[in-house]
Ligand binder design. Structure first.
Ligand code: HEM
Length: 121
């Protein structure tokens, strides 16, 4: 697949992950309402598909750039750590929504850090 198309999947994956986290934490904070299960599942599903897109496209781009020949560079390892934290954050969003005003800025900073690493290396 063309490199730019893979990158497009990477960017769409980011949108889905943050949409899922935001949707989950706002819905949980508001008490989910009558559609409790549907909303929770939808947010978790969107977040999960986003994670899949990010990881598959990230690995595909890194291998096309030849970064997996030997030890991968630090910025790739740092992005994998950020990826894992944002991945685990969906349960914080669902269960710890009283911390919403800490979670939102933390996710924004993590996303900005991952974007910085991808752009500036
Ligand atoms: C959730 C965390 C992540 C965020 C927010 C993120 C964000 C970004 C952004 C904004 C770009 C720049 C796109 C551009 O050049 O226009 C990028 C590129 C890239 N990312 Fe990620 N990324 C994440 C996770 C990952 C993971 C887990 C991997 C690898 C396993 C990865 C590997 C890459 C690679 C290889 C590039 C391309 C660099 C280049 O073309 O020079 N990213 N990422």
């Amino acid at each position: 697949m063309d490199y730019l198309t893979i990158k497009l999947f990477h960017l769409v994956g980011l949108m889905l992950v943050f949409m899922g986290l935001g949707g989950m934490v706002f819905a949980a904070s508001a008490g989910f309402g009558p559609d409790r299960k549907t909303l929770r599942r939808a947010a978790a599903f969107i977040h999960g598909i986003g994670l899949l897109f990010i990881l598959a496209s990230g690995i595909a781009m890194a291998s096309q750039l030849g970064l997996f020949h030997g030890d991968p560079p630090g910025w790739i390892k740092a992005k994998i750590v950020i990826f894992l934290v944002l991945g685990g954050s969906i349960s914080l969003a669902a269960r710890w929504s009283r911390a919403i005003w800490y979670l939102l800025p933390a996710w924004i900073l993590l996303g900005a850090a991952a974007a910085y690493l991808g752009l500036y290396k």
